[in-house]
Design a protein around this ligand. Structure first.
Ligand code: 5GP
Ligand code: MG
Length: 172
């Protein structure tokens, strides 16, 4: 049986999400940003983040796959489900659960840049900076995570553990 060790409690995550919401609402005053969640992992973060925001905004999702079923990135990114909203001229804020190698988001940045948004920024709840292979500008960062495989708060292992309220280190 896999063992779970708590890295961040639900309360610690809640505080980080609140702080990110404050930073975002300060920067997007008078705008109507499109929050673009990267499925599946970001769905819980997206839901909590936007409920901390009292401002106009819209929500869209894109599904990208790079991990398959395992614990390591395959290095190749596929668009599994494309967005259905026009990005042109919009203020796009990418909502990502966790950044590891940076391969997924650098692909998405390039993919979106071609569609000529007015602005393009990244908000990531968790960051494994020591794993980065492609440097990325993270405009809004929640919490730093060491080089370990984590689950909970939207993040899965083989589609399990997404519903857990904290962030946990998965030990085989
Ligand atoms: P990257 O392309 O930056 O290496 O990986 C980004 C994606 O891989 C994230 O959106 C996330 O879905 C997945 N990922 C990266 N690290 C972890 C991890 O520790 N746990 C889980 N469950 N997914 C991860
Ligand atoms: Mg994932």
């Amino acid at each position: 049986m896999p063992q779970l060790q708590t890295l961040f409690t639900p309360e610690e995550i809640k505080l980080a999400v609140k702080r990110l919401a404050q930073e975002i609402s300060r920067d997007y005053q008078g705008k109507n940003p499109l929050f673009l969640g990267v499925l599946k992992g970001s769905f819980i973060f997206m839901a909590d983040l936007i409920r901390n925001l009292d401002m106009p905004l819209e929500v869209e999702f894109v599904a990208l796959s790079s991990y398959g079923q395992g614990m390591e990135s395959s290095g190749k990114v596929n668009v599994v489900q494309d967005l259905r909203t026009s990005v042109k001229g919009r203020d796009i804020l990418i909502i990502e659960d966790i950044i590891d190698t940076g391969i997924t988001l650098s692909f998405l940045l390039e993919y979106l840049q071609c569609k000529k948004p007015a602005s393009l920024k990244i908000c990531a709840l968790f960051d494994k900076a020591s794993c980065r292979q492609i440097p990325l500008p993270i405009d809004y960062l929640g919490l730093s995570v060491p080089d370990v495989f984590v689950v909970g708060y939207g993040l899965d292992y083989d589609e399990k553990f997404r519903h857990l309220p904290g962030l946990y280190l998965l030990k085989e």
